[in-house]
Design a protein around this ligand. Structure first.
Ligand SMILES: Nc1ncnc2c1ncn2[C@@H]1O[C@H](COP(=O)(O)OP(=O)(O)OP(=O)(O)O)[C@@H](O)[C@H]1O
Ligand SMILES: [Mg+2]
Length: 314
């Protein structure tokens, strides 16, 4: 649905986007994750034909972003970073205006607007001025604007920035809902957001792709090891040694003495789930008592930091 080949964009001496390539299949929700200045907005602006790349090509819904930009715009709904809303219009007049700009026939206009009001939950604010609305409702109006021509592809630049936690949940839900039948790229700094809404993640850093994949795949790219905490009581001096002999365990460390003679150990492994089971088995075999066993996996946040800082220091 979207195919990007070696896109590059520089501003003066800043290389905002450096030779990036990726594909987005139909129906995918791709998360663009990266720190400030990574090049997310610049990439989105090229894909929506607001910026012309210095080099490289991209097609969106089969249309070239430079040669065929009018056609691209028909297939795409774009929610820019700061949605340019007309604040002195009421919600319905604004949506009518957008529908006109999008060339929606007047016979279809009322129906489309009604559908947008419904989809984006705008019933309670239809008569209000856009400028009076809370940030969350402004964002909903922005989404309605993005969707009014029923595009197959949505490009949403930080759709939940500045919203309160309950609005964030609502807007994410809305994006998930409208993303079911569409192809979506969204950018965010908020890591749980990609886990909540995206089927695939592209981590972008200093204009380049640092990693791409499902959250699970990124976990292995980052060389993520699980931490397994276990508290064991035993008369056995050889507990640490026996733990380290479990296959897949790369490190064993005593991390504390608990009450009642339990000792807590931290095990490292790439295969934490299986190692957890093996620890249980070892306990049964050796007659140890366990009163704690839990596993911590690397969060996407850890992976993100690891990948973006590794890139920087490389
Ligand atoms: N119009 C412009 N003129 C000059 N430099 C620009 C322009 N637009 C972007 N840049 C620079 O390009 C780089 C990438 O910016 P971009 O806005 O794409 O980042 P971003 O990933 O969207 O960041 P953020 O998370 O802060 O929105 C930055 O160094 C930025 O200063
Ligand atoms: Mg941006």
């Amino acid at each position: 649905m979207i195919s990007v080949k070696s896109l590059t964009k520089t501003f003066g001496r800043t290389v905002a986007v450096n030779n990036i390539s990726f594909e987005v299949s139909k129906g995918e929700v791709l998360g663009f994750l990266g720190p400030n200045g990574a090049g997310k907005t610049t990439t989105m602006r090229m894909l929506t034909c607001y910026l012309i790349p210095d080099s490289g090509t991209a097609t969106v819904a089969g249309c070239d972003i430079v040669e065929d930009s009018l056609e691209v715009r028909k297939h795409v709904g774009y929610l820019p970073e700061n949605a340019p809303l007309y604040l002195d219009m009421d919600v319905v007049s604004y949506l009518e205006f957008v529908a006109d700009v999008r060339g929606i026939p007047s016979s279809e206009k009322a129906g489309r607007i009604r559908r947008m009001v419904e989809t984006c939950g705008l019933e309670s604010v239809v008569g209000r001025y856009v400028g009076e609305l809370s940030k969350g409702f402004k964002q909903r109006v922005g989404l309605a604007q993005t969707l009014i021509h029923d595009p197959e592809i949505l490009i949403l630049d930080e759709p939940t920035t500045g919203l309160d936690p309950s609005q964030i949940i609502e807007i994410r839900q809305l994006i998930k809902e409208i993303g079911k039948e569409r192809t979506v790229i969204l950018s965010t700094h908020i890591l749980p957001e990609v886990e909540a809404t995206c089927s695939r993640v592209l981590i972008i850093n200093e204009g380049e792709i640092a990693a791409s994949g499902t959250p699970e795949e990124l976990h292995s790219v980052a060389g993520g090891e699980d931490s397994i905490y276990v508290a064991i009581k035993a008369d056995d001096e050889g507990v640490p040694e026996k733990l380290s002999r479990i296959s897949g365990v790369t490190a064993v460390k005593k991390v504390g003495d608990l009450d009642d003679g339990y000792i807590r150990f931290l095990l490292k492994s790439k295969d934490g789930a299986r190692v957890g089971e093996e620890v249980f088995r070892a306990a049964v075999e050796n007659g140890w008592t366990i009163n704690e066993l839990h596993r911590e996996t690397l969060s996407l946040e850890d992976i993100f930091l690891k990948l973006t800082t590794k890139e920087k220091s490389a």
